[in-house]
Design a protein around this ligand. Structure first.
Ligand code: NI
Length: 221
């Protein structure tokens, strides 16, 4: 899986979240403090104070939404969601090329996610750029969309040119650490679901389920 981009929040949920995050009393601070020693040099953003009651309340709400998302469940096989933070970038702010830390206080980072909270027409620049062996992918998601990508990828956030880019980011520790194995399981799961829809609980479906469960047992940790 290179990445997955899908709607997560309704426009109403995004509006409400956006409003609470941009209230004058919301405690924003420099983001460089929470970056690893090498990423610190290229991180230019502001983050909501992780110890504030507002942050803790919003993270709990978000956690439920992310973990309940069916496509994300199937593709990411989440064991834990951790390190969630809210980030805003105004003009000239962004986050240069880096790779996310493998381990964080909350667990291992197998997958990274960004939940877009600003309407893309309200700011320019600020693309999330993912690097892979086949090239680069620049993503500016709609408000409420989430992008999930392997934490093994080099990536950056281009400087915002105008307006403000507000996002939530976080990490997922998957039950399956290897992305190729995760992808195979996702494909098997997709096939068994479509088979079930077409012909119900057939003999082939049972065999596929056995295959899926036993591979998960073999590869999961
Ligand atoms: Ni990153």
């Amino acid at each position: 899986m290179r990445f997955l981009l899908d709607p997560l929040l309704t426009p109403e949920q995004v509006d409400q979240l956006h409003q609470r995050l941009t209230e004058p009393t919301a405690p924003w601070q420099a983001g460089a403090e929470t970056a690893g020693w090498h990423a610190r040099q290229v991180k230019h953003n502001r983050q909501l104070d992780r110890l504030s009651p507002l942050h803790q309340a919003l993270v709990e709400e978000l956690r439920g939404e992310v973990l309940a998302h069916p496509l994300l469940q199937a593709a990411a096989l989440p064991q834990a969601l951790h390190g969630v933070l809210f980030s805003r970038c105004g003009p000239e702010e962004g986050y240069g090329r880096h790779v996310d830390n493998a381990f964080m206080a909350g667990g291992r980072a197998d997958l990274s996610f960004t939940l877009f909270l600003s309407d893309p027409s309200s700011y320019s620049g600020g693309e999330l750029v993912l690097e892979s062996s086949t090239g680069e992918e620049a993503i500016r998601g709609a408000a409420g969309q989430v992008v999930v990508y392997p934490s093994t990828m080099l990536h950056r956030v281009e400087p915002v040119r105008s307006g403000e880019r507000l996002v939530a980011v976080g990490w997922i520790q998957s039950r399956v650490r290897d992305s190729h194995q995760r992808e195979l399981l996702f494909e098997l799961d997709t096939v068994r679901r479509s088979l079930f829809q077409r012909e119900g609980k057939s003999e082939e479906f049972d065999l596929l389920c056995r295959c899926y469960s036993n591979l998960l047992r073999l590869w999961g940790d």
